[in-house]
Design a protein around this ligand. Structure first.
Ligand SMILES: *Cc1c(COP(=O)(O)O)cnc(C)c1O
Length: 383
C-alpha cells in the first residue's frame, strides 16, 4: 500500500466546487490585491482565533517579521526562542536586526521550557526598573521579546511564559505556523500572547494554494501598526507614515482560505482521529507524542522518536511509506547562524531529538487502512 506523507490532491477534490467558485468570483471581480475577500478572511480568521484583529501577510515568515516590528523589537535587541524550529522563526528575528537567543525545550512537548526561561531571566539577566528594560548580563544587550513555537500542532506552556514576560516587560509573539485551531486550556492559539503569526504554506493545517500568512492580535494598536507595515507603511493611498513592506496576502489566496477555513475543524478532527489510532498501535513500540494536559493538539505533524531512525526511515520508504524529519539540524547549528557562536552540546535535548524524530504520514485525507498499514509496518520493523 502506498502512503503519501500528505495528500493535497485528495483534499482539493473534496472541496473542488467551492474552491472553483471562490476563484471564479475573484477573477470576475477584477480585484486581486486588497478587496472584499481579504477583509472577510481577516475578520473570520481573527474570530476563529478568538481575537479582534487579523492581518493577512505574504507568508508565515513575513507574519513573524511584522509581528516583531509591531511589538517594537529594536535592532540589537535579543529575542528568546527555541533551537528546534523551522529556520523562519530565527530568520524573522534576524530580519528586524535582533539576535536570536535559544533556550532548551521541554522533553515531552518539544516546546519552550518555562523553567529554562525563568532561569535565564532570573539568573542571566538584570532588570533596570527605571527603563523597564531587561539586560542580558553576558552580552549587555536588551532582551525585548519571546517567541514560543507551538511545534507540530501542540501549544507551548503559555501561562507561565506569559506571566514571566509580563513581569519582565517582554513582548510575546506566538509562532503558531503549525498550530491553527490548537488550544491551551480551551483557549485558541493566536489569543495567548501579544500577537501571533500563522503560515498558510500549502502543507500547513490551513494551507493556501501558494504562500500566505497572517498575524492576529487583540490589541487595536498592534493591529494598526501591523496593517500599515504590510502595505508600504501606508496611511492613505499615497501617504506613507513609515517605511514599510509589500507583505500583503492577495485576494485570490484569501478567497481560497475562506473556503478552507470552513473545513479546518473537521480536518483537524480527522488528524486527531488518525493520531489516536497511531497512538494505540505504536504505544510501547516507539516513543509516541506526549499530549500535555493543557493541550488540544492538532497534529500538524505526528512525530515519533526512535534510536534507529535512519534504518526505520529507509525501511518505510522501501514499503512505499513516505516520512519526514522535522528537523534534522537544530537552528543553533545551522551554517547561517554559525556567527552566533553556539556549539554542538549546547542544547542536549534538542540535539538528541534531532537524531531521533521521524514524522509519519499525517493529514485528514489518509484512510484508516493507510494509518494502520503505516503502524503495522513500523511494528514489523521494530518487533
Ligand atoms: C512554516 C513555518 C514558518 C514559516 O512559514 P512560511 O509560510 O513558510 O514562511 C515559521 N515557523 C514555523 C514553526 C513553521 O513551521
Amino acid at each position: 500500500m502506498k502512503v503519501p506523507f500528505l495528500d493535497l490532491k485528495s483534499q482539493y477534490q473534496s472541496i473542488r466546487q467551492e474552491v472553483e467558485q471562490a476563484i471564479a468570483s475573484v477573477l470576475e471581480s477584477g480585484q486581486f490585491v486588497g478587496g472584499e475577500e481579504l477583509r472577510r478572511f481577516e475578520a473570520e480568521f481573527a474570530a476563529y482565533c478568538g481575537v479582534r484583529y487579523g492581518i493577512g501577510t505574504s507568508s508565515g515568515t513575513t507574519a513573524l517579521h511584522v509581528a516583531l516590528l509591531a511589538c517594537e523589537v529594536q535592532p540589537g535587541d535579543e529575542v528568546l526562542t527555541v533551537p528546534n524550529s523551522f529556520i523562519a522563526t530565527a530568520e524573522a528575528i534576524s530580519h528586524v536586526g535582533a539576535v536570536p537567543v535559544f533556550l532548551e525545550v521541554d522533553t515531552e512537548s518539544y516546546t519552550l521550557d518555562p523553567n529554562r526561561l525563568e532561569d535565564f531571566l532570573r539568573k542571566g539577566c538584570r532588570y533596570v526598573p527605571r527603563f523597564r528594560r531587561l539586560i542580558n548580563k553576558t552580552s549587555g544587550r536588551p532582551v525585548s521579546a519571546v517567541v514560543p513555537v507551538h511545534l507540530y500542532g501542540q501549544p507551548a506552556d503559555m501561562q507561565p511564559i506569559v506571566e514571566l514576560a509580563r513581569h519582565y516587560n517582554l513582548a510575546v509573539v506566538e509562532d503558531a505556523a503549525q498550530a491553527h485551531g490548537a488550544s491551551y486550556y480551551g483557549q485558541r492559539v493566536g489569543s495567548l500572547g501579544d500577537m501571533a503569526a500563522f503560515s498558510f504554506y500549502p502543507g500547513k493545517n490551513l494551507g493556501a494554494y501558494g504562500d500566505g500568512g497572517a498575524v492576529v492580535t487583540d490589541s487595536p494598536d498592534l493591529a494598526e501598526r501591523a496593517r500599515r507595515l504590510v502595505d508600504h507603511g501606508r496611511e492613505s493611498k499615497y501617504c506613507h507614515q513609515e517605511i514599510g513592506y509589500n507583505y500583503r496576502l492577495d485576494n485570490l489566496q484569501a478567497a481560497i482560505l475562506r473556503v478552507k477555513l470552513r473545513h479546518l475543524d473537521a480536518w483537524n478532527d480527522g488528524r486527531r482521529q488518525h493520531a489516536a489510532r497511531y497512538d494505540e498501535l505504536l504505544q510501547g513500540v516507539v516513543a509516541i507524542p506526549v499530549v500535555k494536559k493543557y493541550a488540544r493538539h492538532v497534529y500538524h505533524l505526528y512525530v515519533i522518536r526512535t534510536e534507529r531512525r535512519e534504518e526505520l526511515r529507509e525501511y518505510l520508504q522501501s514499503q512505499d511509506v513516505a516520512t519526514g524529519i522535522h528537523y534534522p539540524l537544530p537552528l543553533h547549528l545551522q551554517p547561517a547562524y554559525r556567527f552566533l557562536g553556539y556549539r554542538a552540546g549546547d542544547f542536549p535535548i534538542t540535539e538528541k531529538y534531532a537524531t531521533q524524530v521521524l514524522s509519519l504520514p499525517m493529514c485528514a485525507e489518509l484512510s484508516q487502512e493507510q494509518v494502520e498499514w503505516v503502524a503495522e509496518t513500523i511494528r514489523r520493523f521494530v518487533v
